[in-house]
Design a protein around this ligand. Structure first.
Ligand code: PEP
Ligand code: MG
Length: 560
């Protein structure tokens, strides 16, 4: 029986499974040396483990390039750092187990690094990685993180954290399968960004044996162990059809010439350069929190200016929509969010962090304004998680004070969709964050696999809220643009529906641009409107998707 989940990134491939190892648990506080182990033996074991970790990281560094190489080289040095090892040896001589000793030694060295601040503080994350690797080596279990392999493989995990995906090498990993995670989870977003076929919420897939041969269908959402002739033929066919997807010519439009600018979602300057090369007509979402993930102190204004300018420089004369920090829930930033909140998705996140940590947003707006000076970009700024008219008005006033003339809001909380007419009385534009709009409309955590079916932007209730947002934007007295920057925009069939609902721009991972452009160009605006009505009238998300897809034959032709 195949494992069935939700296909979140198209493609059909065959490959060998590598399971993501379980995270390394903390050795119990005060764990003592076993009676049968002498302190000398434990010290020798610790030294051997740290050397083994260093050798493994060095060999990975040799195979890596660019930033990843530099990080791996620096981390390898840390594994045998004399201060770290000396401190651990002291703990062992005081009677602690080697595992607990290295854990405690790392905690004190990390504290020292954090106190030094700046570059040194950022090394604390590498130190914690080394610590977990040494403990895994001492326990004789697989090292944490994405496994190393001499040959490309299909990565299977329960779910992937942003920190894991940062080290994911798309030349090594050819598909992603998770037993948890939802269609809007970080795993799904990263798979689409890297163009990797992916299936999430495939219950039981984390039990597939390491080394097993599997077939992954990222459109159908299936994973077949020991594939047969049918799957081999399907994978071969995909390899040929995928190459038929023409490059994006830089103009999103319907068959009858209705323009729908296709923009890119980016997390920093590097992404922006790639997005411009892929033909994106601008940036519809700069996730500024991605520039500073893993940081535990607020980035300085100078650092921020540099990060934003890097993005602006990639898009001269084009529009760049900067989203202010959206910390919280799946994207914690220790200097803004409280990790102990019982319900982080409903907590102090996004724009709301301005209430608990005032000043950060004001400084960020100042940095955006400074970066925009001297740039030829049209810089638009929007706040995440706006829920009320007062919040929109207050954000607009903060933008005005910073000299930013095009303030906007994300519509990702249902209350904002319902009140868009009034909200858009205060700001210049709205951008629909369909990932959060779906999780809040359906009351279904976007990170949870078992809720994947609820968490679909094809839900007619979500589509109805999108339609209401657009209707409010063209209500009497104003006519404001409404774009989409959630993952829904990257689904070519849904992109047609969104266009039919009146959305004016679509922002997505650059990998999706060619497919969305090709499918959009296959329908007229009237046909898109008809498909939008079809989806709205459907009794369920599955029926909406089915009905719309059956009217878009180009999807099957392109294998999408
Ligand atoms: C969204 O919620 O749709 C969105 C674009 O923001 P993020 O995925 O970063 O929460
Ligand atoms: Mg969001």
């Amino acid at each position: 029986m195949p494992f069935t989940g939700v296909g979140v990134s198209p493609g059909r491939v065959l490959g060998t499974v590598r399971q993501m190892p379980a995270p390394v648990s903390e050795p119990p506080a005060g764990e003592r040396l076993a009676a049968s182990t002498s302190a000398d033996d434990a010290v020798a074991a610790l030294r051997a483990a740290s050397k083994a970790v260093q050798a493994e990281l060095k060999s990975r560094a040799e195979r890596a390039h660019g930033d990843a190489k530099a990080v791996l080289e620096a981390t390898a040095q840390m594994a045998t750092d004399s201060m770290l090892i000396k401190s651990a040896v002291k703990h062992i001589n005081a009677g602690l187990s080697a595992e607990r000793a290295i854990w405690e030694a790392s905690a004190s060295v990390a504290e020292m690094l954090l106190n030094l601040g700046g570059y040194m503080a950022e090394r604390a994350t590498d130190l914690f990685d080394v610590r977990s690797r040494i403990v895994a080596e001492l326990r004789g279990v697989a090292a944490p993180g994405i496994p190393a392999s001499a040959t490309p493989f299909i990565l299977v995990a329960e779910d992937l954290a942003p920190a894991d995906t940062a080290t994911l090498d798309p030349a090594q990993v050819i598909a992603l399968v998770t037993s948890g995670g939802g269609p809007q989870s970080h795993t799904a977003i990263i798979a689409r960004a890297l163009g990797l076929p992916a299936v999430v919420a495939a219950v039981g897939a984390d039990g597939i044996a390491d080394g097993a041969e599997v077939y992954v269908d990222g459109t159908a959402g299936t994973v077949v162990v020991d594939p047969g002739a049918e799957e081999v033929a399907a994978a071969d066919a995909w390899a040929t059809t995928a190459s038929r997807l023409v490059d994006f010519d830089g103009n999103g439009r319907t068959a009858d010439g209705h323009l729908v600018p296709l923009l890119a979602n980016v997390g920093g300057a590097k992404d922006a350069v790639k997005a411009a090369a892929a033909g994106a007509q601008g940036v519809g979402l700069l996730r500024t929190e991605f520039c500073f993930l893993g940081r535990d102190s607020e980035p300085s204004i100078t650092e921020q200016v540099e990060a934003y300018r890097g993005v602006f420089d990639a898009f001269p004369d084009k529009k760049v929509v900067v989203r202010t920090l959206d910390a919280g829930a799946d994207k914690p930033l220790p200097f803004l969010t409280d990790a102990t909140e019982p319900n982080p998705a409903l907590g102090v996140r996004g724009y709301r962090t301005d209430w608990t940590t005032p000043g950060v947003l004001e400084r960020q707006l100042a940095a955006i304004a400074t970066a925009a000076e001297g740039s030829t970009c049209q810089v638009w700024v929007m706040a995440p998680m706006i829920a009320t008219v007062e919040e929109a008005a207050h954000f607009a006033s903060m933008c005005a004070a910073a000299g930013l003339t095009t303030p906007g809001v994300m519509v990702e909380v249902p209350s904002a969709a319902l009140r868009s007419e009034f909200i858009l009385g205060h700001v210049e534009f709205a951008s629909l964050g369909t990932n959060d709009l779906t999780q809040y409309t359906m009351a279904a955590d976007r990170q949870l696999g078992p809720l994947a079916a609820l968490n679909s932007p094809w839900q007619p209730a979500v589509l109805q809220l999108i339609g209401m947002t657009v209707a409010g934007a063209v209500a009497e007295g104003h006519d404001k643009p409404v774009g989409v920057c959630g993952e829904a925009a990257a689904d070519p069939a849904l992109a047609v529906v969104l266009t039919g609902l009146g959305v004016s721009t679509l922002s997505m991972t650059p990998r999706a641009l060619a497919a969305v452009a090709a499918v959009l160009a296959s329908v007229t605006l009237d046909q898109a409107k008809h498909l939008a009505q079809l989806a709205l009238a459907a009794p369920s998300a599955a029926a909406a998707k089915e009905r719309v897809r059956s009217e878009l034959p180009i999807l099957a032709e392109l294998g999408l």
